[in-house]
Design a protein around this ligand. Sequence first.
Ligand code: B12
Length: 218
Amino acid sequence: MTSTEFHMPDLEKLHEAVIEGDWKAAASLTHAALATGAAPLTIVSQYLVPAMDEVGRRFECEEYFVPEMLLSARAMKASMEIVRPLLAATGAEPVGRVVIGTVKGDLHDIGKNLVASMLEGGGFDVIDLGADVAPARFIETAIARDANLVALSALLTVTMPSMKTTIEAFQSAGLRDRVKIMVGGAPVTQRYAEAIGADGYSENAGSAVALARKLVRA
Ligand code: B12
């Protein structure tokens, strides 16, 4: 039996705990998985994210409703809080400074938090503004903290236009040359990113780090 197989039952239970919205079980199973040597990134990419995908599937076919989604989100957060510090990089000079947030009108923050953690792990100095962030706040913060990158998240088709509004606000403020803007979130596409004048799009938290590095180097 390999060590990975040995850890599987706990990690499968963690996956279940997130789907079932049991945050206490999710937290203790995360501690247990880490204690037996499971890799933080494996926990996130192979168990937590697929669990939220399953929650989304259940919501779509009306097995789950908003209260169940909220419980699952809380369980995912409980696990992420334990894993996040372990994803963070050690010491080195920051690669760049990024202001990240979910755009105005949108309260989804799990994917954004994941991207923020991965960027931190990738050596970026990350300023996380949370969810439902107005364009003016992105701008104020980017100026005050001298950021060279802004990352926008949107999970709803109705809030995607807030990304466009935010990019336009950076343009009007005369900051578009100073700051690169990347966008992401389940309904966002490369095509949409280009249409609204973003500098880059990536599909997931892992590829977001490579994209961010490319953008700050350009
Ligand atoms: C959890 C959840 C909620 C929770 C959010 C809790 C929280 N704190 O985030 C709650 C219950 C609050 C919620 C509310 C609503 N939700 Co909701 N929700 C979800 C659900 C199930 C999971 C989202 C999630 O966390 N996924 C896991 C993360 C890890 O994935 P992710 O967010 O896509 O992020 C990844 C990538 O997209 C990317 N990424 C994300 N951001 C960024 C940013 C950058 C810069 C980059 C590069 C990459 C990137 O990297 C991430 C990691 O790999 C989705 C279904 C789904 N499968 O997406 C529905 C979903 C997004 N919700 C939906 C809806 C309709 C709603 C509500 C309108 C429901 C209602 N009737 O009230 C409200 C809207 C509230 C609001 N104003 O925002 C719809 C959206 C449909 C649409 N296309 O517009 C979905 C798709 C469900 C469905 N299938 O119908 N929701």
